[in-house]
Design a protein around this ligand. Structure first.
Ligand code: ADP
Ligand code: GN1
Ligand code: MG
Length: 373
């Protein structure tokens, strides 16, 4: 549903922001929430804020999501301050509460909104610029997991229960497929066949977690690279954003989504599948960065599944995009009718490219895990 300027102008005024509202415009390319950037005149200085209408069909308890985000960002901020870091308001998101003290505000149509300080001098990217940048991205997520390892109880809310539960994702896929409401199964026979052939290996991470072979940790669960802001000045990963899905999970969900998005120079919806290639150089650089922060706390069982995590999360996305296409595109934002099936085909191409270089990927992981320092 389109959001009118009037709705935005009315809702942003509910937040505890000083000064004169100058306007807001749509911003960013996320698939889930609606993001706006606003400008305010604060006694002669222009200050910008980020506002998001939370997709409450997906995050059905937005108040709980905001509670999670407030706890997580406060914890990280305290850590940064204690370590004597400066510039901490660019290194973690800052929630701006509403004037009534709540972490969200409601619009006249029942929408749920939140506000963050806009992180200036940073941007998000869709493809990695260099192996050096891949290293920074990896280190930022290793560090994020480390920062949250000692978050005091209680347990975070499950923002989306079973978010990366492949067995449940398959059940939903079969349900949607059996209805085939739009008659799209025929044209997607090859992708459906791929999903059926690979169902067994898709469950590796979720089964390992359930059986206690790998530990539960606080993880981000949506670490695609455009959810990490990069500093304009030096290309360093500056701030991990899009925190809606931070909740208990496995470290492998995060490293897996990084592998999915950082190790190919094609975007997730690239149509020329010959460009969708898994790049071992970026893979190694990414893992070097990640392990520089995470190797001390990861268990041998987690390390052994690192390469698999990339394939697994790519597989989940391929399945989710296909399911949404068969279901009539209700979940992801799309900008063309074939967008979801294009994404699914792209992700399958990436899995095939990983498969083709599997032994080399495993050799890189064992080389890195053996390395000291
Ligand atoms: P979605 O859940 O829809 O993906 P995100 O939280 O990822 O929404 O935000 C969409 C985009 O908006 C991000 O990729 C980023 O470019 C930009 N963005 C979001 N929050 C901020 C912020 N606080 N400062 C600067 N840019 C932001
Ligand atoms: C969505 O919110 P965004 O665009 O960063 C999705 C992720 C997928 C991603 C695929 C809550 O992420 O799980 O990996 O699209 N987020 C949710 O691009 O479903
Ligand atoms: Mg996002």
């Amino acid at each position: 549903m389109e959001i009118s300027q009037e709705t935005v102008a009315a809702v942003v005024r509910q937040f505890a922001i000083y000064g004169e509202f100058e306007g807001a415009s749509s911003f960013g390319g996320g698939h889930i929430n609606d993001t706006f950037l606003s400008k305010w005149n604060q006694a002669g200085i222009t200050v910008r804020y980020t506002h998001q209408r939370i997709n409450h069909h997906i995050f059905v308890h937005p108040d709980e999501v905001m509670e999670n985000i407030e706890r997580v960002t406060n914890h990280i901020r305290e850590k940064l301050r204690a370590a004597g870091e400066t510039d901490w308001s660019r290194r973690t998101l800052t929630v701006v509460p509403a004037k009534d003290g709540k972490l969200y505000a409601r619009d006249s149509e029942g929408g749920w909104w939140r506000t963050y300080l806009f992180v200036e001098g940073a941007h998000s990217e869709e493809v990695t610029a260099s192996p050096k940048e891949a290293r920074f991205l990896g280190a930022s997520i290793g560090n994020f997991q480390k920062q949250l390892a000692d978050l005091p109880p209680p347990r975070l809310h499950d923002a989306i229960p079973d978010f990366h539960n492949m067995e449940k994702r398959y059940l939903r896929f079969y349900e949607v497929l059996s209805k085939d409401a739009l008659g799209r199964a025929k044209e997607t026979a090859a992708e459906i066949a791929f999903m059926k052939e690979n169902e067994e290996r898709g469950a590796i991470l979720i089964r390992s977690l359930r059986e206690g072979k790998i530990p539960e940790r606080i993880t981000h669960n949506d670490t695609k690279m455009n959810n990490i802001l990069v500093d304009d000045s030096d290309s360093r990963a500056l701030c991990v954003i899009d925190l809606d899905t931070v909740m208990p999970g496995t470290s492998l969900f995060d490293v897996g989504d990084l592998i999915r998005t950082v190790t190919t120079l094609a975007t997730e919806d690239e149509l020329d599948l010959s460009k969708v290639k898994f790049d071992l150089g970026y893979f190694e650089a990414l893992l070097e960065g990640y392990l520089s922060e995470a190797r001390d706390f990861l268990t041998p069982a987690e390390l052994a599944l690192i390469a698999e995590s990339g394939r697994n999360i790519t597989h989940i996305m391929a399945l989710r995009f296909l399911t949404d296409y068969l279901d009539g595109d209700h979940y992801y934002h799309i900008s063309r009718p074939s967008h979801n099936i294009d994404r699914s085909r792209n992700q399958i191409a990436l899995i095939r490219s990983m498969d083709a270089q599997w032994e080399a990927a495993l050799t890189i992981v064992s080389g890195l895990c053996g390395k000291k320092g």
